[in-house]
Ligand binder design. Structure first.
Ligand code: NAP
Ligand code: ZN
Length: 353
């Protein structure tokens, strides 16, 4: 066991504060990583504040981890000391159910182990990337291509894969007209990735101020969703919509923009249900309403390789670990362009001071 520095929530209402934990010594299959940067996902905030009523405390969030390998177990073949490495939302799964066999570990029928907040179906808590180090099974560690902007790669590990996977699954590409709802951490990655996949991208935002950014990030059109006249211009025109908004909202307003046989996939994870959509809105045009959860390990590597090739990274604001609580408040207000990333050198420096 080695001691690791972290920032943790001790309950749903207090600020995150410095907290020491034990990390296991690397076993035969493990990779030990010195964490250099960790992205701040809205799921971290949902979890720290127990908004999904399933948080185990103390809670150390963070599942957009990039760093350098500092040790490997005797059975590790794909990583060596000094390699860049990434860890996303999962650190384990059963490895024998049908979903695991197909490389869709996020849908593991026995429950994958989250990078933080532990196994879905019981067992010990796990501690995430708001930390100076982590030890993870090789199978769940990703390769990161050499880059001069490592901090901006971190958000790909959750925001990137959560948007790439459904865009891929629903075969977004040239000739397809794709809507992205919400320009936050997930949404801005969805715009970049869907554009790089060759689709015509329509961004739907509640923020008039994000119009220009939407176009700069790769949207072909931007619609301010509070404006019914603008919404009407897209009626029956979209093949696919990726909806990243967690706040409960009227799904019909977006379902009615789908063409016949179109699908809207929800990835936002609400703490209160959306109002139920009108069934007629689905049946009259054979439309589908779907959901999607992150992506499997193989697909996450595919996404990282795709983004490296296309030169796609996240638009980030780097913060010090001690500023995480203020960052959460700003994230709630939508005041981030478009992902906070924690520089873990600040955690190490704070502990050394
Ligand atoms: P975020 O950066 O906070 O972005 C959310 C965006 O939603 C905002 O920027 C805003 O964009 C839009 N929005 C529209 N109405 C809103 C309202 N009433 N209140 C707040 N925002 C509103 O969050 P994120 O990190 O992208 O995460 C989005 C959701 O996805 C979270 O619930 C998160 O837990 C979930 N998530 C799911 C998965 C999965 O596997 N399915 C993975 C990761 C995260 P505009 O200003 O453009 O309207
Ligand atoms: Zn996330």
């Amino acid at each position: 066991m080695t001691q690791a520095l972290t920032y943790a929530a001790q309950n749903a209402s207090d600020r995150l504060k410095p907290f020491k934990i034990e990390r296991r010594a690397p076993g035969a299959d493990d990779v030990q990583i010195d964490i250099l940067f960790c992205g701040v996902c809205h799921s971290d905030l949902h979890t720290a504040r127990n908004e999904w009523q399933n948080t185990l405390y103390p809670s150390v969030p963070g599942h957009e981890i990039v760093g350098k390998v500092t040790a490997v177990g005797s059975a590790v073949t794909r990583f060596k000391v000094g390699d860049l490495a990434g860890v996303g939302c999962m650190v384990d799964s059963c490895q024998h159910c049908a979903s695991c066999a197909e490389g869709e570990e996020q849908y593991c029928e026995n429950g994958f182990t989250g990078t933080y907040n532990g196994p879905v179906f019981g067992g010990e808590n796990t501690f995430g990337g708001y930390s100076d180090s982590v030890v993870v099974k090789e199978k769940f560690v990703l390769h990161i291509a050499p880059t001069d902007n490592l901090a901006a790669v971190a958000p790909l590990l959750c925001a990137g894969i959560t948007t790439f996977s459904p865009l891929n699954h629903w075969k977004v590409g040239p000739g397809k007209k794709v809507g992205v709802v919400g320009l936050g951490g997930l949404g801005h990655m969805a715009v970049k990735i869907a554009h790089a996949m060759g689709a015509h991208v329509v961004l739907f935002t509640t923020s008039e101020s994000k119009r220009e950014d939407g176009l700069r990030l790769g949207a072909d059109e931007v619609v301010v969703s509070r404006n019914p006249d603008e919404m009407a211009t897209q009626a029956n025109r979209l093949d696919f919509i990726l909806n990243t908004v967690a706040a409960p909202h009227d799904l019909d307003a977006f379902l009615s923009l789908l063409k016949r046989d179109g699908t809207m996939t929800l990835v936002g994870a609400p703490d209160h249900p959306h109002p139920s959509p009108t069934v007629f809105n689905l049946i009259f045009k054979r439309r589908s309403l779907a959901g999607s959860l992150i992506g499997g390990i193989r697909e996450t590597q595919e996404m990282l390789d795709f983004c490296a090739k296309q030169g796609i990274v996240s638009d980030i604001e780097i913060i010090a670990m001690k500023d995480i609580n203020e960052a959460y408040e700003r994230m709630i207000k939508g005041d981030v362009k478009y992902r906070f990333v924690i520089d873990m050198a600040t955690l190490k420096a704070e502990a050394a001071a």
